[in-house]
Design a protein around this ligand. Structure first.
Ligand SMILES: Nc1ncnc2c1ncn2[C@@H]1O[C@H](COP(=O)(O)OP(=O)(O)OP(=O)(O)O)[C@@H](O)[C@H]1O
Length: 299
């Protein structure tokens, strides 16, 4: 066990921003920490980082409370950028690395390794303000990991990156996990969470409404999806008992069904109507679960 939040709450006056949150984030794991805007994620991160006191409950790291003496063990990539626009990438990283107790030599060795890895060596002596949004994000990521933290908090780490760079950073995140880092991963991009996280928590108005392994969360949701592609009109499937949602897609539809047993009724209803190219029974997506639990339109 590494990071543990035990019945943690945070109040601002009479408003409760985080309400009785208990989670454990083990080593070698990427833990998905999700919630709509204003759900309480940043407030939770600030409490973990010791930037804000919790109103009640406890936050421990290897069974000890977290304070500034442990800040060199933690890396944080905030959602909003926190780099100094007028400094060069090199000077920026020297400054931030020294704050975390690194020597200049170690900082430069690590910086060059990361820049090479992210195909960004040409930006070493450029001012941050001269970099594109995506390249600034790479530098922000490097500044969060340069000191090899044991606990890494990543808030929307792939924002502003093109698909090639998303893959580069994703690979780096997976390698950090395999090397033993505990990672808290927050994103509104559910497909990234599904790909990277084994366990997750969804906050709604400060309260955890979903918590567990991705597998168990999907299983306990019960509902399933069917994807059908056919050369005839499928809208009549919407009238079958147990079909909860119908969404037209190119040359077909996606159905949300109440339970797996409804799939055979749908299958039978297709017989004799024409050519069916695809009939796929699928697990619910995290996006389906999020929308139902949080109730907001989400993308
Ligand atoms: N210093 C503060 N004083 C008063 N209220 C605050 C303060 N900080 C945050 N809040 C409130 O607490 C709630 C949770 O905010 P928080 O920033 O943690 O949400 P979030 O989940 O990070 O949202 P987002 O996805 O938009 O970043 C919000 O209603 C916010 O207005």
């Amino acid at each position: 066990m590494t990071l543990q939040l035990d019945h943690v709450s945070k109040k601002f006056g009479s408003f409760t921003a985080v309400d009785d949150l208990s989670i454990v984030i083990p080593e070698k794991q990427i833990f998905g920490f999700l919630g709509a805007n204003g759900a309480g994620k940043t407030t939770t991160f600030r409490m973990i980082l010791g930037l804000m006191d919790n109103s009640s409950g406890s936050i421990t790291w290897h069974n000890e409370s977290i304070d500034y003496s442990k800040s060199h063990l933690i890396g944080y990539l905030p959602e909003e950028r926190g780099l100094y626009p007028k400094l060069t990438v090199k000077d920026q990283l020297i400054y931030l690395g020294k704050l975390r107790g690194m020597s200049k030599n170690d900082i430069l060795t690590e910086l060059d390794r990361w820049l090479e890895r992210f195909n960004a060596t040409e930006y070493r002596n450029k001012k941050v303000e001269e970099l594109s949004k995506g390249n600034q994000q790479k530098i922000q990521f490097i500044s969060a990991v340069i000191h090899k933290p044991r606990l890494l908090i990543l808030d929307e780490p792939f924002s502003g990156l093109d698909p090639v760079n998303v893959e580069l950073l994703k690979q780096a995140v997976v390698e950090l996990k395999e090397a033993g880092t505990s990672i808290v991963f927050s994103s509104h991009r559910m497909e990234h969470v599904e790909e990277l996280c084994e366990h997750l928590c969804i906050l709604h108005k400060g309260k955890p409404v979903v918590h567990g392994s991705l597998k168990d969360v999907k299983r306990s949701f019960g509902k399933k999806n069917i994807v059908i592609h056919a050369d005839f009109d499928l809208t009549y499937l919407n009238d079958i008992n147990g079909v909860m949602k119908y969404k037209a897609v190119t040359e077909g539809c996606e159905l949300q069904i109440e339970s797996e047993s409804v799939a055979s009724k749908v299958f039978e209803a297709l017989a004799g109507r024409g050519f069916v190219r695809t009939f796929d029974l699928e697990e619910p997506t995290l996006n389906d679960i999020f929308i139902e639990k949080v109730g907001a339109s989400y993308e």
